[in-house]
Design a protein around this ligand. Structure first.
Ligand SMILES: Nc1ncnc2c1ncn2[C@@H]1O[C@H](COP(=O)(O)OP(=O)(O)OP(=O)(O)O)[C@@H](O)[C@H]1O
Length: 740
């Protein structure tokens, strides 16, 4: 892969090499003039020169002077060896093992200087190789102090726990693991030991490993590191530390992490006792952060920017699009349409779809993932196959998070539903799409998220899908090359009105509507509360803002009554709003939750469409009188979720029409709704949760009949797929209709 990268780099990155390198003067900083390159050293004398350089630099370190003279800009890794700036072992690892030839802008601008020992804060675009920019100087200093570590040998003395020379702090666990993996690649042919200390992992096992093998480079997250350093029995000491790196420095220096970073700093050796180099890296460096960073950097430090202030901080080769959707209820259909487009493009010779879908909150990630995971299977596979689905957020265990992130890294085609845990630093190969649902929290968040695609010279697309009423988006995207996009048909549909739709749109609305219903109330309720809170905190027109969220519950999730809100949220409601229209009665018991899709009056109701819930289907075929949901214009499918080929009008049918599978027994006389029949005949529709299989169930009992995902998954939230004949019968609070 690296070879491929360096090839594409020659085309893309190298051409831009040094173009925008800029050393800024900020108060108290030195401007460094680019010195001309030193003379080329013939290869025969190179090693001698390096040895001499290493000796000199070791002395220099002892006298607290920079270890290597800055030799001016360099653009190839080979030059580090040719000029005696880095040990041959490092150059060999970079060029031979990792297959890298040319440096990126940020590497060219920082590696030489960092090797000279100065402190620096560096800002460069995402995916341009900042990790190696700090790992190379780290490794050089370690080998410089102990040249015996340069070669891999079983004879070299074992490291001890307090041998750590470099500490790299990362804001997230996954990023720490990724940095450690890159460091291990770089040090593969040396005796330098890399260790990781991250929260959520087994502390005792990590300590045992450190005791057994020792540590030279420690990569850690702030929480676990503080824990280890303040635990006197852990044995972790950083008394020999000579390099401190903060990756994603602006994040680590913001309010959330700053106190912890300061606490960690107090555990490090005093600078006058042991000179230390501090390196701060990020794609974004707000001014306030730079001010704060001075508390960590020596007075004589540099700020290096490889992006001019008048240039966009994102990559030109990543087109950035903004889709304004009609309402919150259009978000998932528009997302589905976009993902289908991506798969279609792959089928027509494009790159396999590999998308990260970012949401602002964990609740939204969970709901989004659940909806897409519950899409009706086609031929026993997800309609988004071959793309595999993943979710990642902070509510998952570390084991699940690592599995998701490793799984997504490896697949050729996949969709990862993610919170901001993977917004920064993560280097997933070949990501084709970054999609942000709703306005990101800040411009910096937007930049980092977009940076998950278009890395190391590759192509990618960026999309933001947000309601048209979102006023914050303009400020967030100000000055960025974002273009409005109107290509998604489902984005602008008025889902509150019945309509006759093109085939694709009808299919999308039906499938998303159906999948949404499979998802339990707990997840919907969390998202409802989150969005209502945001709306009440931010909306200028509060009534309209509140109504938008109520509409989501009604037209997006098909709920007759909105989920219940806490007193805290209700307390924020402006006067004049009828509470009963915004909050359902008390939180449902599980049994209520299960039957949340029942129709109170036994009549089928709205889902998507049916303003008052009384209509018999949202976007139905006007002429046919069908009661099915979103019909396509050609009059193809009649039932909400019925099998296309089937004559039946109701519900899910098994494709092969077997009486055991599918969503409705073929023989059933109920032509009613997908979810619960209109009549009280319990034989059809999405019914019979308790005794599924008697006449029909979905997913089918027998998984090999095409259930997707497996049944256990589907019912994980309490079997909410019960029909109105479900055990608790009668009227239900969270009801919605059956006909779409
Ligand atoms: N000189 C180079 N030539 C080609 N590829 C490189 C080079 N340096 C690094 N890479 C590769 O580029 C990819 C991105 O690197 P890296 O993750 O360090 O980027 P970054 O700048 O830290 O990104 P972010 O801002 O998102 O944290 C990695 O796969 C890395 O191996």
């Amino acid at each position: 892969m690296h070879r491929a990268l360096s090839r594409c780099q020659s085309a893309g990155i190298t051409s831009a090499l040094l173009r925008n390198v800029r050393v800024a003067r900020i108060a108290g900083l030195q401007r460094v003039a680019a010195a001309p390159s030193t003379a080329f050293i013939p290869s025969a004398s190179r090693f001698l020169h390096i040895q001499q350089s290493l000796r000199q630099t070791a002395e220099a370190t002892r006298s607290h002077e920079p270890s290597v003279d800055y030799h001016g800009p360099i653009s190839r890794f080979e030059e580090l060896g040719e000029r005696g700036m880095a040990h041959p072992a490092i150059v060999q690892a970079l060029t031979k093992q990792m297959g890298l030839e040319n440096m990126t802008d940020v590497q060219a601008a920082t590696v030489g200087k960092a090797l000279s020992g100065i402190d620096m804060a560096a800002q460069a675009r995402t995916g341009t190789g900042k990790t190696l920019a700090f790992l190379v100087p780290i490794l050089h200093r370690i080998i410089e102090e102990n040249p015996a570590l340069a070669a891999r040998s079983s004879h070299s003395p074992l490291a001890s726990m307090d041998d750590s020379r470099a500490l790299v702090i990362s804001p997230t666990r996954e990023l720490a693991e990724q940095i450690a993996a890159e460091a291990r690649r770089l040090t593969a042919n040396t005796n330098v030991i890399v260790q990781v200390a991250v929260g959520g992992s087994n502390k005792r096992a990590a300590l045992q490993e450190m005791r057994r093998r020792g540590c030279h480079i420690l990569v850690a997250t702030p929480g676990r590191l503080t824990d280890l350093l303040s635990d006197e029995y852990s044995g972790v000491k950083l008394s020999k530390l000579n390099t401190l790196v903060l990756d994603e420095a602006d994040r680590l220096l913001d309010d959330g992490f700053w106190p912890e970073i300061m606490r960690i700093e107090r555990f490090l050796p005093q600078r006058k006792e042991r000179p230390r180099q501090t390196l701060l890296f990020s794609a974004t460096m707000p001014r306030e952060v730079l001010q704060l960073s001075r508390q960590l950097l020596q007075p004589k430090h540099e700020f290096i920017q490889t992006v001019n202030e008048d240039e966009a901080p994102t990559h030109e080769r990543v087109p950035q699009k903004l889709v304004r959707v009609d309402g919150y209820q259009n978000l998932m259909p528009a997302l589905y349409e976009l993902l289908l487009q991506g798969n279609e493009a792959a089928k027509n010779g494009g790159r396999p779809l590999k998308a990260i879908v970012f949401f602002n909150t964990t609740a939204e990630v969970e709901l989004g993932f659940s909806i897409f995971r519950n899409l009706r299977p086609k031929d026993g596979r997800s309609p988004l196959a071959p793309a595999r689905l993943f979710e990642i957020h902070s509510k998952l265990s570390q084991f699940q998070r690592t599995a998701a992130s490793e799984g997504f890294r490896k697949v050729e085609s996949g969709i990862m539903f993610s919170s901001d845990v993977s917004a920064r630093g993560m280097d997933f190969p070949n990501v084709t799409h970054v999609i942000q649902v709703r306005c990101p929290r800040s411009t910096d968040t937007y930049i980092h998220r977009v940076g998950r695609t278009g890395r190391a010279g590759r192509e990618g697309e960026s999309w933001v899908i947000t309601p048209k009423t979102d006023t914050a988006i303009r400020g967030t995207l100000k000055g960025l090359p974002v273009k409005a996009d109107n290509s998604l048909g489902t984005a602008t549909l008025d889902m509150k009105q019945p309509a006759e739709l093109p085939k694709l749109q009808a299919m999308i609305l039906n499938e998303i509507g159906e999948a949404s219903r499979f998802v339990g109330m707990t997840q919907k309720s969390s998202v409802y509360t989150v969005l209502m809170n945001i709306s009440l905190d931010n909306s200028r027109d509060m009534e309209a803002g509140v109504q938008e969220i109520v509409d989501l519950s009604k037209y997006g999730w098909g709920l007759r009554y909105p989920p219940a809100l806490s007193r805290f949220v209700l307390g924020k409601l402006p006067r004049g709003i009828d509470v009963s229209t915004v909050s359902g009665p008390a939180t449902p018991r599980e049994s209520d939750d299960r039957s949340s899709f029942q129709d109170r009056r036994g009549g089928s109701r709205g889902g998507f469409g049916g303003r008052d819930g009384g209509s018999r289907g949202g976007f139905q075929d006007r002429n046919s009188g069908s009661r099915g949901g979103f019909r396509d214009r050609d009059g193809g499918s009649r039932g909400g979720f019925q099998d296309r080929g089937s004559g039946s009008r109701g519900g899910f049918r098994d494709r092969d029409g077997g009486s055991r599978g599918g969503f409705q027994d073929r023989g059933s006389r109920d032509f009613g709704s997908a979810y619960g029949s209109r009549s009280n005949d319990a034989s059809g529709g999405f019914s019979r949760g308790g005794d599924a299989g008697e006449r029909g169930s979905f997913p089918p009992r027998n998984n090999d009949r095409g259930a997707y995902p497996p049944r256990s998954d589907r019912r994980s939230d309490g079997g909410q797929g019960r029909g109105r004949d479900g055990s608790s019968g009668g009227s239900r609070r969270y009801e919605s209709g059956g006909l779409f």
